[in-house]
Design a protein around this ligand. Structure first.
Ligand code: 8NA
Ligand code: MG
Ligand code: MG
Length: 345
């Protein structure tokens, strides 16, 4: 079974980078007609295309820091990971970071900083960020840790370096868990997959801090659980419009409005869908569909790409797509090394 698992690991990180690079085209767009998505995707197959390779953004830059840190330290080391985020931002500040997180990354660069979690806690008047920046980089946690409990614990801590609101770090844990389950082949039974995520989030959202944050933001008591129940309802429908998905699940930069959405994209595209080319495999459908939702397309496609890539494996990803995106080889290398680490007794 080793080659299958290796293919899934590589698919997860390469899928994540592809979503980021390919999705960047429509980031922030309100209305993205499917025609435009398909045009953008078919341009990837055109080798004579003159506009060069698609660049990755903050999503991939930070995912690489997470993977590098886990590989170097062979464990979660908050100081090392924080240092890598700060250094990466300093080297390439123009990768499209969220406007709030920049302040955290600047503070994390200080050699005098005692508590690396403190800068994130000072964000947004002390409430912390609920953005999807913790979730967009969470995939490597699922490749570094075997048990569900560890995947949860460390993806949350890793997110807390920049996102101290529970909506931010619980969204990261949800994304890491989805990749974890997908690596195990859990998407073969979609209903069980979503039920497992719901029961995990029920545990997480029972927490007092999660309850208080939800109240302070005027959300229902178990915000992720209630979105995941909506995902389940949408799965049961024969046809779902893009508009319904956006209004039920969201497509924004908040983790709550994008992680469940990314999970839905993967589930919805397990089967062929009207409007998407028949020659597309599941990973291609997932990325195409994520882009068509508009909004935070690079991040939603990045998260959906990681979950889908873990399910379908590296061989499902067209070579032309891989060649069109910056950072694919590096992501593939990180995935192979995380696989070796994972296989250590
Ligand atoms: P962040 O922590 O700066 O959060 C992103 C944004 O969410 C902030 O700038 C705020 O507007 C808002 N926000 C978060 N928490 C709160 C709060 N407690 N109260 C009020 N407002 C809040 O950065 P991040 O790392 O979470 O951001 C990730 C996203 O930004 C990714 O999608 C990434 O690609 C990037 N990005 C997105 C867009 C876009 O148009 N969708 C554009 C540029 C960059
Ligand atoms: Mg981005
Ligand atoms: Mg984004």
């Amino acid at each position: 079974a080793a080659p299958v698992m290796l293919s899934r690991f590589r698919g997860a990180l390469v899928g994540s980078v592809l979503g980021d690079c390919i999705g960047g085209e429509f980031e922030g767009a309100v209305d993205v007609p499917l025609d435009r998505v398909l045009q953008h995707l078919s341009a990837l197959e055109d080798e004579t295309r003159g506009d060069g390779i698609l660049q990755y953004s903050d999503d991939t830059a930070m995912m690489r820091c997470v993977a590098d840190s886990l590989l170097t330290r062979m464990a979660f080391d908050e100081r090392d990971m924080a240092r890598r985020f700060a250094k990466e931002y300093n080297l390439a500040p123009g990768r499209g970071y969220g406007s709030g997180v920049i302040q955290v990354l600047r503070k994390l660069a200080s050699p005098h900083l005692k508590d690396v979690f403190q800068p994130a806690q000072a964000q947004f008047g002390g409430r912390g960020s609920f953005g999807n920046g913790g979730a967009m980089r969470a995939a490597p946690f699922a490749l570094a840790f075997k048990s569900r409990a560890d995947v949860c614990r460390y993806s949350r801590l890793g997110a807390m370096l920049t996102h101290s609101c529970s909506l931010g770090y619980n969204g990261a844990a949800l994304q890491a868990l989805a990749v974890h389950l997908s690596l195990q082949g859990a998407l073969a039974l979609p209903k069980e997959f979503i039920n497992k995520l719901i029961s995990e989030m029920e545990e997480m959202e029972k927490d007092e801090t999660a309850q208080l944050d939800a109240k302070a933001l005027n959300l229902s008591d178990f915000p992720y659980c209630s979105r995941l129940h909506r995902v389940k309802e949408l799965m049961d429908r024969n046809s779902v419009s893009i508009e319904e998905v956006i209004s039920e699940l969201g497509n924004g930069i908040a983790a709550l409005q994008s992680v469940p959405t990314a999970i839905f994209c993967v589930l919805h595209c397990l089967e062929p869908r009207d409007g998407l080319p028949e020659r597309f495999g599941g990973l291609e459908r997932t990325i195409a569909y994520s882009l068509a939702l508009g909004g935070d397309t690079d991040t939603i496609a990045c998260m959906a790409g990681a979950i889908a890539g873990a399910h379908y494996g590296i061989d499902s990803i067209p070579q032309s797509w891989q060649k069109s995106c910056e950072g694919v080889e590096e992501a593939d290398d990180l995935a192979r090394r995380l696989y070796d680490l994972y296989c250590l007794p």
